[in-house]
Design a binder for this molecule. Structure first.
Ligand SMILES: *Cc1c(COP(=O)(O)O)cnc(C)c1O
Length: 396
């Protein structure tokens, strides 16, 4: 279906119905097409499909009906013309960036990035002659000053991991446009429910579907969303020929995840706000960051560009690493891990896990102290979570 043919349903309705392709059996639920390829009624039909003169599928590295359903449902929800699914979130980020550049080009990115994204920008792309500059994403002058004649791409995530800073996407998009560069936004932390970067002026949005889109810890996935022209020019051939394709099985799991995305993310956001309220001002918490609270450092930008708060809360436990580990080890219900957006409430200690690779100085610059904890709200009853967190804080 082309973007202009989509019925004008509400987002929740699109999450349940958009993109459904029914087989001749008329199944209610989406079918799982576990097939590597397809057969043709004639050599002529096969020739036409390969020449793109007839519609239809060719090979599951290129496209697959179950994966196509996931892509169309995501595109309809995001309000994007086109989407391409990938095996993981990192495959989506890498293709979205690499597809736009060649040796001699330059990328500007915010410093506060998911660890692997930062590695792609800072260490990997320079191997191929693509220079990069990392800036403080909150500082609009820094984006402006980093622009060079060969700057092709701006890249950021907002809210950032793990300190939940909120970058003014519309303002950065404007600087990118004036510089003839394209803005890619990693929208994982905001989720497609609460923030629409394309509507704010971004050219491309990427997700790790591993997080809220699956939301139940079952499988990995990623997706790139943009205009038809952007996908055709920068993404389509790269994905086909290099093959970071999504498995049809994962696409099927993620389709079922999308049906309940709005219920889960709404509930997780409400729970995160309750947790933030319960921990704010606690004598053993020295700092608490929650987008949606009036004391968030970029509260005005949150109000301007997000439709909801966050399913995540960041807070700093008094007493450094020893005290923080004592707190983490005393949790009974909330589990220690590095994932987020799951049905189970999770905590992460970024300094020793996701951001371990950075130097102490780089961590300090990003506000990642030894006491910083990232909490991801699950679907449990909020009272049980508040009790678990407050009881564990007594161990500090
Ligand atoms: C998890 C994550 C990724 C990477 O996704 P994978 O599915 O693990 O490859 C990228 N960006 C952000 C913000 C993430 O949270």
């Amino acid at each position: 279906m082309s973007a202009s043919d989509r019925p004008p349903y509400h987002p929740e309705t699109r999450l349940v119905h958009a993109g459904t392709l029914r087989s001749p059996f008329g199944e209610t639920s989406e079918s799982l097409f576990l097939t590597q390829g397809f057969v043709y009624d004639s050599a002529e039909e096969c020739e036409r499909r390969f020449a793109s003169a007839a519609p239809g599928f060719l090979y599951s590295r290129f496209s697959n009906p179950t994966v196509a359903m996931f892509e169309e449902r995501m595109a309809a929800f995001e309000g994007a013309q086109a989407a391409r699914a990938t095996a993981t979130g990192m495959a989506a980020v890498t293709a979205a960036l690499q597809g736009q550049v060649r040796a001699g080009d330059h990328i500007v990115a915010a410093k506060a990035l998911f660890g692997a994204c930062r590695w792609v920008v800072e260490d990997f792309l320079p191997r191929f002659g693509v220079a990069s500059t990392l800036v403080n994403g909150l500082d609009l002058d820094a984006w402006q000053q980093a622009v060079r004649p060969n700057t092709k791409v701006f890249f950021l995530e907002s809210p950032t991991n793990p300190t939940l800073d909120v970058i003014d996407i519309a303002a950065v998009a404007k600087i990118a446009r004036a510089a003839d560069a394209r803005l890619v936004v990693d929208n994982v932390f905001a989720t497609p429910l609460w923030q629409s970067p394309l509507a704010l002026g971004a050219d491309c949005v990427v997700y790790s579907a591993t997080k809220h889109i699956d939301g139940q810890g079952r499988c990995l996935g990623g997706i790139i969303l943009a205009s038809e022209a952007f996908i055709a020019e920068h993404i389509h051939i790269l994905l086909r020929q290099t093959g970071p394709s999504m498995s049809p099985f994962n696409a099927w799991v993620l389709l079922k995840g999308l049906e309940s995305l709005h219920l889960r993310v709404r509930r997780q956001t409400e729970t995160a706000a309750i947790i933030a309220e319960a921990l704010a001002g606690h004598p053993k918490i020295v700092r608490l960051i929650y987008p949606g609270r009036s004391d968030h450092p970029q509260a005005a930008i949150v109000a301007k560009q997000m439709r909801g708060g966050s399913t995540l809360v960041a807070f700093e436990v008094a007493g450094g690493k020893t005290a923080t580990f004592r707190f983490l080890d005393a949790l009974r219900l909330v589990r220690i891990t590095n994932n987020l957006g799951d049905a189970k409430s999770l905590v992460t200690h970024p300094a020793t896990t996701t951001h371990q690779r950075l130097t102490a100085e780089q961590r300090a610059e990003l506000g990642i102290t030894d006491g910083l904890v990232r909490f991801s709200a699950g679907l449990e009853h909020p009272d049980d979570l508040v009790n678990d967190l407050l009881t564990a804080l007594k161990a500090v």
